[in-house]
Design a protein around this ligand. Structure first.
Ligand SMILES: NC(=O)c1ccc[n+]([C@@H]2O[C@H](COP(=O)([O-])OP(=O)(O)OC[C@H]3O[C@@H](n4cnc5c(N)ncnc54)[C@H](O)[C@@H]3O)[C@@H](O)[C@H]2O)c1
Length: 254
């Protein structure tokens, strides 16, 4: 179905939806008729995105959560189930990177990168899936990265975490298909967000090395990543399962 309101009856959780790719995903679902629930540690930014979706005629709310805290993740999903009755679609988008030469990195940084980029997604899946199973309906799309497929400078723990998202996707897809739950993931290439703007300022050589290899010759707009997420969450992708959809403008192609 490609009609504008293809998510009209769907309750959609977007983690990390307060800015960047997550914001574009939240706005995309909002335009397509979904009830969008933005979960982010940035309270004001999350509320501003929800407000903008509402002003444009959609339905959205934002709640504050630090997803590195398992209890907060449990509590926020419990609250959403009480308020909205169900979660149809979960978008695991939270992530962060701080490229650091491996020999200058330490265990504190590894643990944090694995936590933010991988464990947050596991936590949301763990607390949301029982509700999806109960209703025999669910769609999960997680945001990995081409760093999970290709070597990236200064990104050993980030790459491990993003490869973990791909592996989590395949294993969960196999386990959950019997419950009419489809699990897929996206590997975006370099995308124009606050994260890439910050890296351009603080680590210009890194950005040059990565961004110079995109065959299309530019970064993705967050909306171009969101379009692929909406596809995987929609009935247009009804036979797509455990898939990793690369949206990278031809990264490292030539
Ligand atoms: N920007 C890129 O070039 C790029 C490329 C490939 C993959 N990705 C992935 O796409 C996703 C979104 O990235 P982005 O560039 O939009 O980043 P961003 O920093 O603009 O947005 C990430 C959001 O996650 C939220 N967040 C981070 N840690 C959190 C926590 N512990 N609890 C709750 N919220 C938290 C932030 O507040 C922020 O709103 C990430 O998973 C990132 O790894 C980005």
């Amino acid at each position: 179905m490609t009609t504008a309101k293809r998510f009209r009856d769907r309750v959609v959780v977007v983690t990390g939806g307060a800015q960047g790719i997550g914001q574009a995903i939240a706005e995309g679902f909002g335009k397509a008729g979904g009830t969008v629930l933005i979960l982010d540690k940035l309270t004001d930014e999350g509320k501003a995105v929800a407000q903008a979706i509402g002003d444009a005629g959609g339905q959205a709310a934002a709640l504050t959560v630090d997803a590195t805290d398992g209890q907060q993740v449990q509590d926020v999903i419990d609250r959403l189930i009480l308020d909205y009755g169900r979660i149809d679609i979960l978008i695991n988008n939270i992530g962060w990177n701080n490229p650091t030469p491996f020999l200058e990195s330490d265990e504190t940084l590894w643990r944090h990168l694995l936590d933010v980029n991988l464990l947050t997604a596991l936590r949301f899946c763990r607390v949301t899936l029982p509700h999806m199973i109960e209703r025999r309906y669910g769609r999960i799309v997680s945001i990995s990265s081409i760093a999970g497929l290709h070597p990236w400078p200064g990104s050993v723990p980030y790459g491990i975490a993003k490869a973990g998202i791909i592996s989590m996707t395949r294993s969960l897809a196999a386990d959950m298909a019997q419950h009419n739950i489809r699990v897929n993931c996206i590997c975006p290439g370099p995308t124009e967000t606050g994260l890439s703007k910050e890296l351009r300022k603080t680590q210009p050589e890194y950005v040059q090395a990565i961004h110079g290899t995109v065959t299309l010759g530019r970064l993705a707009d967050p909306e171009e990543i969101a379009a692929a997420v909406l596809f995987l969450a929609s009935d247009d992708a009804s036979f797509v399962l455990g898939e990793t959809l690369v949206v990278d403008g031809g990264y490292n192609m030539v």
